[in-house]
Design a protein around this ligand. Structure first.
Ligand code: HEC
Ligand code: HEC
Length: 293
């Protein structure tokens, strides 16, 4: 008996040792990923300041950009305390007030953060959807930056972001949590279709639906995931008017209320009629993917 117990103790000790070793490895690998510096030359964009461009930027930031969803009201930043295992998600103040990045960011710093997922010190930003913002055309990215530069300064000094052990495991599982890892930094710029009620422009706008509805828009599984938007899912029986009405009112044709904390319809519902029509055209053109039973 004594020897068996001793054996169990030995195994348990071994398991604890292995777990500690595994965590050490996770820490070591993610520390290298978080501290990697990316030497890229961002596209030099000249940021205009005329009011039409600023208005376009505001429209993008407050609709498909969904910046306030994470960066908080007035884009003054906010923190999400996810506990010691995950960490403290500190989402920066984008304005030029105390503690705001707008105080120091150059035009190139904005381009590098939004399009390449990089901090001014060349290290990767965490959990910021730059791999999708990568798809903003030069004209739209310029408009977004032009608008951000006009934000009224808000004083809000935020604590630094803390990456807990569980967050490190997430980062290992999903490389896009450090979007710089999945962006093709030197690839040709993606298509920038002219705004209009076209399939192409609809496709352009749906890049900003994909973080939640999946790369092929056929839905994702898990908490916070959006449904299948292809004609193989619930949308098969919808009309264009049904679709527009769902995004404008947050109630789908089946009478189900969409949770605005999960599906940001109050922001997306501010897209223009033409923009929503273009998205609908594109969604209808997709190959139907059946819902998983
Ligand atoms: C899903 C949440 C989320 C959304 C949506 C989001 N951000 Fe972020 N953003 C973050 C987080 C988290 C950070 C901090 C990353 C870090 O410190 O590594 C960040 C960092 C940034 C940075 C880099 C700041 C720095 O210090 O280098 C900029 C610039 C930025 N965001 C702008 C925007 C803009 C503009 C939008 C909308 C077009 C936007 N973000 C949308 C979560 C988000
Ligand atoms: C931040 C994540 C997120 C983004 C971005 C997002 N969605 Fe959603 N969407 C969801 C979630 C989650 C649901 C399910 C909400 C619920 O059932 O309460 C949903 C539901 C929907 C529905 C209702 C589907 C049904 O069967 O009732 C439609 C339509 C929709 N989204 C369209 C879009 C479009 C179009 C875009 C881009 C312009 C978009 N969504 C962007 C998360 C998102």
């Amino acid at each position: 008996m004594y020897r068996i117990l001793k054996g169990v103790g030995f195994i348990l000790g071994g398991l604890v040792g292995l777990a500690a070793l595994a965590l050490g490895v996770v820490y070591f690998i993610t520390e290298a990923q978080l501290n990697k510096t990316y030497q890229i030359s961002a596209e030099p964009l000249v940021i205009p300041s005329d009011s039409a461009v600023v208005a376009r930027g505001k429209h993008l930031v407050t609709t498909v950009g969904l910046c306030a969803e994470c960066h908080g009201d007035n884009l003054a930043g906010q923190t999400f305390d996810e506990g010691p295992l995950v960490g403290l998600i500190s989402v920066p103040n984008l304005t030029a007030g105390q503690g705001g990045i707008g105080r120091t960011f150059t035009d190139t710093d904005w381009v590098r953060a939004l399009r390449h997922g990089l901090h001014p010190n060349d290290k990767p930003v965490i959990d910021m959807p730059s791999n999708y913002y990568y798809h903003f055309s030069d004209a739209d990215l310029k408009a977004i930056i032009a608008y951000l530069k006009t934000l009224p300064p808000q004083d809000n000094q935020l604590p630094p972001l803390e990456v807990g052990p569980l967050a490190r495991i997430f980062i290992l599982q999903d490389p896009s949590l450090l979007p710089a890892q999945v962006i093709d930094h030197s690839g040709p710029r993606p298509a920038a279709p002219e705004p209009g009620v076209t399939v192409e422009y609809g496709q352009y706008l749906t890049h900003f639906c994909r973080p939640c509805h999946g790369e092929n828009l056929a839905g994702e599984s898990g908490a916070g995931a959006g449904q299948n938007l292809t004609p193989g899912g619930e949308l098969a029986t919808w009309t264009e008017a049904d679709f527009m009405n769902t995004l404008r009112t947050g109630v789908n044709p089946q009478g189900r209320k969409l949770d605005p904390k999960m599906m940001p319809w109050p922001s997306l519902g501010k897209l223009s009629d033409d923009e929503l029509k273009a998205i609908w055209l594109y969604l209808q053109s997709l190959p139907p993917v059946a819902d998983e039973a």
